[in-house]
Design a protein around this ligand. Structure first.
Ligand code: NAD
Ligand code: UDP
Ligand code: UDP
Length: 321
């Protein structure tokens, strides 16, 4: 068990991914130890290269659909491809990661009596018919569509978390993460923020799906990590599910305009078909997070986009300067 005199040892699954790498870094900065477990399915070594030599950081290549026997104090379960292009490439593996991965990590948590946090998603609400989405909304998800491996996998993982709590009194925390963006997103993951930025930087057409009037609400990654850390620090009776996201909602058309403007790009808008089951609108109600964690996002969309554009600019070797 954790002694107050030794640094806390954190298992971060999916630690080489976009959000996971920021979480690993933040925990190390706070003087804690990190065991980063990742199978590099969508993660990248470059995301954690700067952490490899830091004291207290350890990397293990492992697929969480298989059992894992390690000794840690706290578990952050982030492993799962998150972008539609990635999670639809091998949908069966996506469901296995969410469901078998959750079972293994919950089994580990049960043996260690360790608190465990699940990175759930706004996708559990499906194409929501209640707006904005509150945690007590049960959602409107298609069980057999192309997004189902992700949506239903994450829904089942939530079920498992709450059953482990009811059956084994496990200390659980479930965060429902809404669209998050920032440095270390994958340049080719097809998600709207990176697509638009990469297209704008390269002077290629900006691909707007459907009429571009569908909405999303984007949270900068630093704010999101603050929320995850805040949730883990809450008393045991706070289990969630709890929405973490930025309630500032905008259409994809508006997003395209801002990114073209910020990059000074000559790119034109190009309309393309809307993918199947693409949610029409999405906005978190974060009343619960404000009350339980005293948390709300601080980074303005425009500031976060500038930092993200700078990251892609350096990564792609383009220059807007
Ligand atoms: P990401 O794809 O960058 O990171 C996921 C990481 O998990 C990758 O490093 C990948 O290699 C690893 N991984 C995948 N399957 C694995 C397996 N079977 N075993 C071990 N490692 C595995 O995605 P992200 O955006 O950083 O998302 C992290 C978590 O947050 C995911 O669980 C995702 O569902 C959730 N989430 C993200 C967003 C978002 O907007 N980024 C929104 C909602 C929820
Ligand atoms: N598990 C694991 N690491 C551990 C303990 C368990 O990976 O330290 C896995 C184990 O393989 C099992 C799963 O977690 O399949 C669920 O464990 P649990 O104890 O809940 O179930 P049981 O072992 O009774 O099936
Ligand atoms: N989108 C778009 N052009 C792109 C990529 C995405 O218009 O090049 C739209 C997509 O149809 C969706 C929104 O942007 O309505 C957000 O898509 P993303 O894949 O980033 O996330 P999710 O749909 O999972 O929220």
């Amino acid at each position: 068990m954790h002694s107050p005199h030794s640094p806390r040892r954190n298992l971060v699954t999916g630690g080489a991914g976009f959000i996971g790498s920021h979480l690993c870094e933040r925990l190390l900065d706070a003087g804690e130890e990190v065991l980063c477990v990742d199978n590099f399915y969508t993660g990248a070594r470059r995301n954690i290269a700067h952490l490899l030599d830091r004291p207290g950081f350890e990397l293990l290549r492992h697929d969480i659909t298989f059992p894992l026997y390690v000794e840690v104090d706290v578990i952050w379960n982030l492993a799962c491809p998150a972008a539609p292009v990635h999670y639809q490439r091998d949908p069966v593996q996506t469901t296995k990661t969410s469901v078998l991965g959750a079972i293994n990590m919950l089994g580990l948590a049960k043996r260690l009596k360790a608190p465990i946090l699940q990175a759930s998603t706004s996708e559990v609400y499906g194409d929501p018919q209640v707006h904005p989405q509150r945690e007590d909304y049960w959602g409107h998800a298609n069980p057999i569509g192309p997004r189902s491996c992700y949506d239903e996998g994450k829904r089942c993982a939530e079920t498992l978390f709450f059953d482990y709590r009811r059956q084994h009194a496990l200390p659980i925390k479930v965060a429902r993460i809404f669209n998050t963006y920032g440095p270390r997103m994958h340049p080719d993951d097809g998600r709207v923020v990176c697509n638009f930025i990469v297209q704008a930087l390269r002077g290629e057409p900006i691909t707007l799906y459907g009429d571009g009037l569908q909405t999303r609400s984007f949270c900068y990654v630093d704010d999101l990590v603050d929320g995850l850390i805040g949730l883990m620090a809450t008393p045991a009776e706070v289990t969630g599910p709890i929405n973490l996201g930025n309630p500032v909602e905008l259409s994809m058309f508006e997003l395209a305009r801002i990114i073209v403007d910020f990059t000074g790009s000559a790119s034109q808008l190009a309309y393309a078909p809307l993918p199947q089951d693409d949610p029409r609108q999405r906005q978190p109600d974060i009343t619960l997070a404000r009350a339980a964690l005293g948390w709300e996002p601080k980074v303005e969309l425009r500031d976060g986009l500038r930092r993200t554009i700078d990251y892609f600019d350096a990564l792609l070797g383009t220059s807007t300067k």
